[in-house]
Structures are given as C-alpha cells and as structure tokens.
Ligand binder design. Structure first.
Ligand code: KG4
Ligand code: ZN
Length: 338
C-alpha cells in the first residue's frame, strides 16, 4: 500500500523481454521497465530459447530494482505479485515464475499466475480506464492470432484461431526472406511505408464462408516464391513493394474477419491486443473500417501492445479481485491456452 493505494507488481518473461512494472489500483502505471534482448537474438535471426532464459536470469534483479526505483516504492509497499506463467518458452517463463514465487514467499505477498494472452488484452484496461468486459477482442501477436469474446477479466471464448502461422510469425518469416532480420514486424511496418501496396497481388486466404479462422502460410509461401522467381530471372527485388504488398494481403483478411465477427455478434466495439497491434498500417485500416461501420476501436499505445509487465500486473489485479490467488506450486505452463 502506498498512500492508501493498492500496488501490484507485474512480471513478464515469456519470450525475449525481461519486464517488470508497478501499478497502482490495477490500472495506473507507476513504472514499466522492459529490458529487450533483441540485440542479442538478432545475430541468430530469431529468439534462441536457451540464450533467452540465461539473459532473463542475468537481467531480472536489475529490472526489479529499476521498476521499484522508478515507481518510488520499496518491495515492502507491494500488495500483490502477478506473473505470466504461460504460454511461452518454458525456460524463460520459469525465471519469471521463480522470481515471483521467491518474492511472494520471502515477503509474504499474495501471488497470482497470469495467462500471458489475458495480459495482452488487459493492456487495454490500462489505456482505456472505463473499458470493461464483455467485448469482442482481436489478438494479433507473435504466437497467436485469435478473434475472441472476452466474457470477463480472466476468461475468453475463442471464436477464431490461426490454422498455421501466427500473424507475427508470418511477419518475422517474410522479413527474413527479404533480408530484413529480426524482429521482422516493426521492420516490415517501416519499410512498407516506402513501398507500393498494390505492386504484387499476394493471396488473401479467407477459408470457408463465415469462418473466423485464419491461415497465413500460403501468403508467406507466395512471398518466398516471388523472391525465388525474381532471383532466378535475375530481376531486381523491390523489398519495399514486397513488404507493403504482403502486409496489405494479410492485414486485409484480419480486418475483414474482425469486422465480420463484430457484425455477426452485434458488437459495437472491437478491442485489439498483441505485438502486431503496434503496426501502423493495421491501425489505419482498422480505424477506417471501424469508423465506416460505427464500431468503437480500442487499441493500446505501441509500448503496451508488445510484451510488458504492466499488462500482466493489470490482469493479476482483476484475478485477485475475484479471489483467484495462486500458491507456491505455481509452475510454468508453456502450452497454456487462452
Ligand atoms: O505480443 P508480442 O510482443 O509477443 C508475443 O506474445 O508473441 O508479439 C511479438 C510479435 C513479433 O512477431 C513482432 O514481429 C510483432 O509482434 N510486431 C509487429 C510490430 N511490432 C511487433 N508486427 C508488425 N508491425 C509492428 N509494428
Ligand atoms: Zn506477447
């Protein structure tokens, strides 16, 4: 407690960001420290799990000290510890979970295990103070692409999922094919601004009529084939046009399916979450379509879209309010479902 306010610490280590945040009363961010390992993993073209967990271990105490100092609190002021326990890389998750359990045990602070994907959705509660479930959600991240009905702070019904690659994964793979390196999403986002989005007509995959599932591997293979053909013919490869055209193809499908879901379910709001929600073209397309259709669009600012501790702290706060406290048997669960 600080000045009568409830303080939550949120810990996130599911992939390659070591992140800890302190929140007051669940939704106000006092600090949000994110130590990214991008510079290390980019040398390998992607996240190397063993290296990621080792770096989490090296970084986490420093990130913890910084989060407390920035929030101008001490560990004794903390009322609740939330930690992402899945889905993610097992070795990475374990560092966050072990840290959270150690603090909880040593300082006798309640502990809450949080589903990382519920955390992504919760980023919107931080950004939009009046937002409350139920609402229609669109999750677009490195490991997930889902249309969901968010029924409560800690429960969602999945209406659509990807049948192959997640959207962020497709971005990262296409970036590698056109030589942009890791992480591909933000690089394609930037490069696409200089390209022509109608230059190449990559496949838009809608699957069966009315279906809310996704499939991106065909479009990704289309990019690979386009690049290989150009190389064989000795043609110049315009990476900006490829980036813009690929992005247009996959985002068009995502936006159309999200809008159809809103219409099918009679929803007048759409809440977007996950790393790819930071994409500028997705933002423009969704803003335009939602405006046309009279749907209110919620989307966190980019720093809250990608992995961070604040979203985990917020989700933990609402689980605690429902009495869902974890005990020290909490373990990493890499395959945890939404
Ligand atoms: O949600 P997130 O931080 O981690 C997971 O839970 O997966 O998402 C990471 C993904 C990566 O694939 C990354 O390339 C993508 O989000 N991403 C973006 C952008 N920023 C991050 N994709 C497209 N445009 C962006 N601006
Ligand atoms: Zn994530």
């Amino acid at each position: 407690m600080l000045d009568g306010r409830h303080l939550t610490m949120g810990i996130e280590t599911s992939c390659d960001e070591t992140a800890i945040a302190i929140l007051a009363d669940g939704r106000e961010v006092l600090s949000n420290v994110i130590s990214s390992q991008i510079d290390i993993h980019k040398n390998f073209g992607g996240v190397v799990p063993e290296i990621a967990s080792r770096h989490h271990l090296e970084n986490i105490n420093g990130v913890l000290d910084e989060a407390l100092a920035e929030a101008k609190v001490t560990i004794d002021d903390i009322d609740l510890i939330g930690v992402a326990y899945g889905p993610g890389l097992v070795g990475s998750l374990l560092i966050g979970v072990a840290t959270a359990k150690a603090i909880s045990f040593a300082k006798d602070i309640p502990l809450v295990g949080v589903n990382h994907m519920h955390g992504h959705i919760a980023a919107n509660y931080i950004e939009f103070k009046d937002l409350e479930p139920p609402f229609l959600g669109l999750i677009v991240s490195g490991g997930h692409t889902n249309i969901v009905m968010v029924n409560d702070y800690d429960s969602c019904e999945v209406l659509g999922s990807t049948r192959d690659d997640a959207i962020g994964e497709a971005y990262d793979k296409v970036a590698r094919v056109i030589g942009l390196g890791y992480p591909g999403g933000p690089k394609i986002d930037e490069l696409a601004k200089k390209g022509n989005k109608t230059a190449i007509n990559f496949k838009r995959v809608y699957l069966e009529k009315g279906c809310l599932d996704f499939s991106f591997s065909g479009t990704k293979t289309g990019v690979l084939n386009h690049v290989n053909r150009a190389k064989q013919k000795g043609d110049d490869i315009n990476t900006a046009d490829i980036a813009a055209s690929f992005q247009e193809a996959v985002l068009e499908v995502i936006v159309n399916k999200a809008i159809s879901a809103a219409k099918m379910l009679n929803q007048d709001a759409l809440v977007v979450a996950g790393g790819v929600a930071a994409n500028s073209r997705l933002n423009d397309m969704l803003s335009e379509r939602c405006k046309e259709e009279g749907i209110k669009l919620y989307k966190p600012s980019p720093i809250l879209c990608t992995d961070n501790g604040a979203m985990i702290g917020c989700a933990a706060y609402y689980k605690m309010k429902k009495g869902e406290i974890s005990d020290l048997s909490l373990d990493a669960y890499p395959g945890l479902e939404i």
